[in-house]
Write a protein that binds this ligand. Structure first.
Ligand code: AHR
Length: 323
């Protein structure tokens, strides 16, 4: 009979992360992880959770931080192939331009798992993709706003994620779908804030200046919480109240957005779990163990949180996860 291990995560993680049963097949495997960088609190948590889960499973994880550059990711993947790793995890910074390097991994018989972002390319270049339904995330955020404003006239400004990344493309699409046909809701300005807090603040400052000191803005939709937190600061600096003068809706559910909710400065967020590695390692485990092919797309949950959902408790539950 096969031995299975139930992942016992540390106290800080256990409340939030699902435990999973693994065959013992991953211990000693060498797995390369090409991470995008550390642009957001969510990204930091994903890195931290991946390292913790790998350590629990006895995986020798080779970590490479690409500092937001696709060329660095391609270099790292080529390095993993040259080392003959057993598998590669990659969080692709942008959606296009992966065919060549992933074909090299395929030719070397190294399974690749995409984490948290998708690519435009043949599906046979990766074993599975573990990510949220990013169109749905945008739609959930948009539906929240539609309900929150009712019939009121509302000009919305949008802070987009990294240009060309799958979450920026899909979260924009989903949000626009939710607002379609609502004549009272218009996206009046939309610009990238590159998923960072500092850029989110800078771009929001520009929006406020261009919109009569913010008086013509009813809501900001940010593709991640970090940009929302930057926008909140810009709104406060302009003498307005985030959360009431300008509504704030975003995606990720990081501790700082719950702190902002506690302070009455943020209105809604859509959760993106930082535990992409758990399902990814489970898929690799089954693949190594008996050649089981996982679902091509493993979709994580997209739950809406508002101030009615115990933001202080949510903050406390998340703070040990490395955000
Ligand atoms: O790909 C997931 C996105 O990347 C997160 O929402 C954002 O915070 C991160 O930078």
């Amino acid at each position: 009979m096969k031995a299975f291990k139930t992942l016992a995560l540390g106290a800080g993680l256990s409340g939030l992360l699902l435990s999973a049963a693994y065959a013992e097949g991953l211990a000693g495997k060498v797995i390369g992880f090409s991470q995008i960088g550390s642009e957001s609190g969510w990204r930091a948590a994903e890195t931290s959770v991946t390292k913790s889960v790998a350590a629990e499973l006895g995986i020798n994880l080779k970590f490479a931080d690409a500092q937001q550059k696709q060329e660095n990711q391609i270099k790292a993947i080529r390095g993993f192939i040259a080392q003959g790793v057993d598998a590669i995890l990659v969080a692709p910074v942008v959606a296009t331009g992966w065919d060549e390097v992933l074909t090299e991994a395929k030719d070397a018989n190294i399974p690749v798992v995409l984490l948290d972002r998708g690519i435009e390319g043949p599906e046979d270049l990766y074993l599975t993709s573990v990510a949220s339904d990013q169109v749905k995330e945008g739609r959930v955020a948009g539906e929240w706003l539609v309900n929150a404003v009712g019939d009121k006239q509302c000009n919305v400004v949008e802070l987009q994620g990294t240009v060309g990344s799958s979450p920026a493309i899909n979260r924009k699409q989903g949000f626009e779908e939710a607002l379609a046909g609502k004549a009272n809701l218009t996206i009046t300005r939309s610009q990238t804030g590159d998923f960072t807090r500092s850029k989110g603040k800078e771009v929001m400052e520009g929006f406020i200046k261009a919109e009569d000191g913010g008086k013509n803005i009813c809501a900001v939709y940010a593709h991640n919480d970090d940009m929302a937190v930057g926008a909140i600061q810009a709104i406060k600096d302009a003498g307005l109240k985030p959360g009431s003068d300008i509504l704030v809706v975003s995606i990720d559910a990081v501790p700082d957005i719950f702190a902002a909710m506690v302070a009455g400065e943020a209105n809604a967020t859509v959760e993106l779990t930082p535990n992409m590695a758990g399902p990814a390692f489970a898929a690799l485990d089954a693949f190594f163990d008996g050649g089981t092919l996982p679902e091509k797309f493993i979709i994580t949950e997209s739950k809406l949180y508002t101030p009615a959902d115990d933001p202080q408790g949510e903050y406390d539950r998340r703070k040990g996860l490395g955000y």
